[in-house]
Design a protein around this ligand. Structure first.
Ligand SMILES: [Zn+2]
Length: 245
C-alpha cells in the first residue's frame, strides 16, 4: 500500500477509536474512487469498514485528510462532527487551487463518461436511490448506473465489480414493462454489491443462499419473477427487430 494510503488509514483507525471506543476497530479498506466531484462514502459490513474517497481528494494535504476521516467516522456513528474537523476540511476544499482542480476534473469526466442512467421511461439513479433507502439503509455506494447500449434480452442486468457498474438491459426501458420489474433487476444487481463474490476452492459463488434469501425480500419478488418469465420471449422478439439480428 502506498505511503499516502497508509497515513490516511491511520487517521481512520484513530477516528474509529474515538467514535467507537468500546468496540474493536474494524479492518479498514480504503480506496480512492472516481466520483465526479467531492463525494465520499463509508460503510461497515461484517466488521470491515469500506471507505471510498473522491479521487480528487487525493490532492488534499494530510491535515485535511485527517479532518475528513473524523467527519466520515463521526457521521457513520451518528455522532456530532467536531467543529475543528469541519472547519479544517471546509478550509481546504474552499481554496481556489482545490476548486480549480474539481472543475477541471468535472470537465474531463464530462467528456469521457456518457451517462445513460436516464432512459426514456425509467431513471436508474432514481430507482437505485429509493431501493437503497428502503432495503439497504442507504449504505450501498452509488455505482455507475447505465442502460445497455443495445436491447439485450438474454441478460437483463449485469454488475461489473471491477468498474463498479450496473448495466440494465435497455429492453426494460419501455412503458409496457412494470416499474417493479426494473426495480427487481436493479435490486438483484445491488445484492451483488452487498454480497461480494465468494471464492472457495477455486470456484466462485455469486448467488449464495444468503443472496437468494435477501432477494426474496423484494416487495414484488413473485410478481417480478413471473412477469419476466412470461415476457422474456416478447423482449427477445423486440430486441431482434430493433437490433436487426
Ligand atoms: Zn446475479
Amino acid at each position: 500500500m502506498p505511503q499516502l494510503m497508509q497515513e490516511i488509514k491511520k487517521f481512520y483507525e484513530e477516528a474509529f477509536q474515538i467514535f467507537n471506543g468500546k468496540s474493536q476497530t474494524p479492518e479498514i479498506e480504503l480506496r480512492f474512487y472516481p466520483y465526479i466531484g467531492i463525494n465520499h462514502t463509508i460503510r461497515i459490513r461484517e466488521q470491515k469498514a469500506f471507505i471510498r474517497l473522491a479521487e480528487i481528494s487525493r490532492n488534499l494535504p494530510l491535515e485535511a485528510q485527517k479532518a475528513l476521516a473524523f467527519i466520515l467516522v463521526a457521521k457513520l456513528f451518528r455522532k456530532k462532527v467536531p467543529t475543528q474537523a469541519k472547519e479544517t476540511y471546509r478550509h481546504f476544499i474552499k481554496t481556489e487551487e482545490f476548486r480549480q482542480k474539481v472543475d477541471e476534473n468535472k470537465r474531463a469526466k464530462g467528456r469521457k463518461i456518457i451517462t445513460t442512467s436516464k432512459g426514456d421511461i425509467y431513471d436508474l439513479d432514481e430507482i437505485f436511490r429509493s431501493l437503497n433507502q428502503i432495503y439497504f439503509d442507504g449504505k450501498i455506494p452509488l455505482p455507475v448506473l447505465t442502460w445497455s447500449a443495445r436491447k439485450t434480452f438474454r441478460i437483463l442486468g449485469h454488475h461489473d465489480s471491477t468498474h463498479e457498474t450496473i448495466v440494465v438491459s435497455r429492453s426494460l426501458d419501455a412503458r409496457q414493462v412494470p416499474k417493479y420489474v426494473v426495480e427487481f433487476v436493479v435490486f438483484h444487481e445491488m445484492l451483488h454489491i452487498f454480497h461480494p463474490t465468494i471464492h472457495h476452492g477455486g470456484r466462485r459463488y455469486n448467488h449464495t443462499p444468503a443472496f437468494r434469501r435477501n432477494e426474496k425480500q423484494f416487495a414484488y419478488f413473485e410478481e417480478a419473477e413471473s412477469w419476466i418469465e412470461q415476457n422474456v420471449k416478447n423482449l427477445k422478439r423486440n430486441a431482434k427487430k430493433i437490433n436487426g439480428e
